[in-house]
Design a protein around this ligand. Structure first.
Ligand code: GFB
Length: 319
């Protein structure tokens, strides 16, 4: 990529896409393309093909997806599998047809088996059964990895997959029904502080362990990977598991996370665990050695990132 390259960020208003967009702008890339849902319905193949024919992007960051936390995944399994398969298939296919030079497909750490040895290596893909609460979403994301791999093998395209751990940051979803745990806890503790509630409900047992990465770190990793020299990029594509994990490298329990968010927000009441809500996967810690060996490291600590996200949510009136 060079500053004059034409770059399409699919999903540029979402958590990941907006972070990639900010990072590209910051680095001086001047020909960025983004389309809101009302302008381009990515589930409609003909609309996607017409868009690619007209715009002819050279590089694509595929960050458009139907996403959500544990409850949204269990409530809307049809949308999570159908929308994601449609969006990614249309974009990958149109990227091949219009001669895109490189594409990065954004997946998720839930592609790995529920009982995966920890930390989870890229080579553990498809080595066991998936976690049931997000199986439809995970199957769609695995299909995305395999679609990229198949096009590379048959047509010599350069489409690569990036698997981020649980993400958070500006533009996250703070709706308590559909969000992930971190924005949910920021909102719950903030509202409890403001209304002086005696307690805050945290779902599940508090025992599941999760790893969190600030989305600006992920965006930095995506630009790093997209900008790799041809020889390094090609050797990533040639690996039998053509995907790379992006994470912080350490995890913590939901209970520890709740304590951290409580302290940052400054709430002094009680934390109550609701064991009737699902725990989901017991642990999801990524092995990040493939990416660190290439020379990339994350920089935003969890505490700093939560402070930043809390400030953003209050300033933007999202909570
Ligand atoms: O972030 P989360 O919704 O999704 O939940 P997953 C992580 C853990 O936090 C679960 C607990 O054990 C939840 O029960 N938790 C506690 C809460 N309080 C809350 C709360 O108020 N809201 C939420 N949402 N959780 C998702 C997948 O799994 O991770 C997606 O469903 C995707 O497919 C994403 O892969 C990264 O980490 O369990």
């Amino acid at each position: 990529m060079n500053p004059d390259s034409k770059i399409y960020v699919a999903g540029h208003t979402g958590l990941v896409g907006s972070a990639v967009w900010r990072r590209l702008q910051f680095k001086g890339y001047g020909r960025l393309i983004g389309r809101r849902h009302a302008e381009l319905d990515l589930e409609r193949q003909s609309e996607v093909e017409a868009f690619f024919d007209k715009e002819r992007p050279e590089y694509v960051f595929l960050a458009a997806a139907r996403v959500g936390g544990i409850l949204a995944n269990s409530t809307y399994p049809a949308e999570f599998i159908y929308s994601n398969l449609a969006i990614q298939t249309n974009i990958i296919h149109a990227s091949w047809k219009s001669g895109v030079k490189r594409l990065l497909f954004l997946g998720s750490s839930c592609i790995y088996p529920r009982e995966c040895p920890q930390p989870m290596k890229e080579s553990f893909l498809l080595s066991g059964p998936l976690e049931s609460t997000n199986e439809p979403y995970a199957v769609a994301k695995i299909a995305g990895i395999k679609t990229c791999q198949a096009f590379n093998r048959q047509y010599g395209t350069k489409f690569y997959s990036v698997m981020p751990t649980n993400l958070y940051g500006p533009n996250d979803n703070f709706d308590l029904e559909t969000s992930h745990v971190l924005p949910a806890l920021i909102r719950k503790f903030h509202e409890a502080k403001v209304s002086r509630s005696e307690s805050v409900e945290v779902w599940g047992s508090g025992n599941p362990r999760r790893e969190f990465l600030h989305v600006d770190d992920l965006a930095d990793a995506c630009l790093f990977i997209m900008s790799l020299e041809d020889s390094s990029f090609s050797s990533l594509l040639a690996d039998p598991f053509p995907l790379v994990n992006v994470g912080w490298g350490e995890d913590l329990s939901v209970k520890e996370l709740a304590e951290l968010v409580r302290a940052i927000v400054g709430y002094e009441g009680q934390v109550v665990f609701n064991r009737e809500k699902p725990d989901g996967a017991p642990r999801k810690l990524l092995d990040v050695s493939r990416l660190t060996a290439l020379g990339w490291q994350p920089g935003i600590s969890l505490e700093e990132g939560i402070r930043d996200t809390y400030r953003w949510a209050v300033e933007e009136r999202r909570i």
